[in-house]
Design a protein around this ligand. Sequence first.
Ligand code: C5P
Length: 223
Amino acid sequence: MVVAVDGPVGSGKSSICKLVAKELGFVYLDSGAMYRASAYILQHLNLHIDNLSSALEKTVFTFSDNGGRLSVFIDGKRVDVTNRIRTPEISEITSSLVAKNSAVREILVAKQQEVARMSETEGVSLIADGRDMGTKVFPDAQCKIYLDASPEVRAQRRLKDYQRQGLNITFEQVLTDLVSRDHGDTTRVDSPLVVANGAVVLDTSDMTLEESIQTMVDIITSK
Ligand code: C5P
């Protein structure tokens, strides 16, 4: 089974999907981490955006569960980019530049579909989150969910993430950044964020993490 989860910045996709995957024994694919790691490569190697897709063809992304936290590596296990891809600067480069590039998207979509093929071969179900999971990457997914929450709630959640990382940033800055990234993600030409056909819309504004997880587990098990 493939569960495709989409939603805007800070809708809780990663936190919820990671724990739902654990509870149901599914593989978890964080497609946003691939876009972020690509932005890191762009910045770190000082590449022009037109040269990023060829660099990505040779890049191997690896995810591993590090005591409930998702670690992200590039080039097999050599470079741990877990923290480096979660900064406001990388978020901005990701949505304003990397995610808009169709050649980059094509390569990352192929890598994401490959993860699903490997899971299928191993007989394990997959839950994948991002912006185009239900529309582009897994249009035939048996279960599609669109996670949402109000901009204020999402900004508050993101602020807590940044504070945990020790970053000095205000609520207003986070909210402005979030609204601008939402705009970029919903208006880009290639694979904009929309509610996929047949997706269940789940608004988590007034839900705790536990309630959101339980609701999602119920939706998935009902399919
Ligand atoms: O989900 P996350 O916030 O980590 O994603 C970072 C950015 O990567 C998003 O704002 C979006 O621009 C891009 N992205 C995308 N398609 C996906 C996942 C993420 O364009 N499937």
